[in-house]
Write a protein that binds this ligand. Structure first.
Ligand code: SF4
Ligand code: SF4
Length: 237
């Protein structure tokens, strides 16, 4: 459920499994005062993706998703007494929800063709295009960062035998984003904003390239010690 919906009351929140990045999970946990275990499910990936984390050496990879109720609806979907439905965590809803069903297609904000929206439920003319573009770019940035978070975990996890449990992964994700956020807080906000704003540009200008390279280096340095330290601190499986 996102901005610009006109007549629909949230079919997407009842039908789709919503995969989330570590940033989404941390935003909800902090904003709602919840532990990851209270709203995140770990789901096996059919095919490994760049955001798929491992828990053992089997090659199986997993994703984070919002927990669903027995009827399949998102556990954060709230039914009001008049029968309408609303997102119960709207200010912290995942980027996937915030941008759905939009995409950037050949540089333009567009509605995905493969979605369940009613024909009149979601109109591009009702979308604030600059805001939507900024959200789509931010979502791309956050999924890239989460792929780095996952890659660092997978590399460290390979150093241990046996199977690590989801609690260990959740602890790691929380610590990884604490380190990322401490680094972001220390950086010039304008340079960070510049790097993120142009994250999806094909041929960025020189100053954007410099800002992006510097941001990647800074976040890589912040993440590097987190997974090895967490994995070393775990009891031997
Ligand atoms: S119009 Fe589409 S995005 Fe909006 S609430 Fe309905 S299904 Fe969700
Ligand atoms: S988080 Fe909110 S917008 Fe996203 S699926 Fe759940 S209820 Fe819908």
């Amino acid at each position: 459920m996102s901005f610009g919906c006109t007549t629909c009351s949230g079919e997407c929140c009842r039908l789709y499994l919503v995969h989330v990045s570590g940033r989404d999970a941390v935003t909800i946990a902090r904003g709602q005062g919840l532990a990851f275990e209270q709203f995140i499910d770990i789901v096996a990936e059919a095919e490994p993706t760049g955001a798929g984390f491992t828990l053992d050496g089997s090659g199986d990879t997993f994703a984070l998703s919002l927990r669903r109720r027995p009827d399949g609806a998102c556990s954060f979907l709230v039914g009001l007494t008049d029968g309408s439905q609303r997102c119960g965590i709207y200010p912290q809803r995942p980027f996937t929800c915030a941008v759905f069903p939009l995409r950037l297609y050949r540089g333009s904000v567009d509605i995905r063709p493969d979605v369940i929206c009613e024909p009149n439920g979601r109109r591009i003319t009702a979308v604030d295009l600059p805001h939507a573009r900024a959200l789509l770019v931010r979502a791309s940035f956050e999924w890239t960062v989460y792929a780095w978070v996952v890659a660092a975990w997978n590399e460290a996890r390979e150093t241990v035998g046996g199977r690590l449990d989801e609690r260990a992964y959740f602890d790691y994700v929380g610590a990884a984003y604490d380190a990322i956020d401490a680094t972001l807080a220390d950086r010039p906000p304008v340079e960070t904003a510049n790097a993120i704003e142009h994250w999806m540009d094909g041929v960025p200008a020189a100053d954007v390239t410099a800002d992006r390279s510097e941001l990647e280096r800074a976040l890589g340095a912040a993440l590097a010690p987190v997974a090895p330290n967490r994995v070393r601190a775990l009891p031997t499986p």
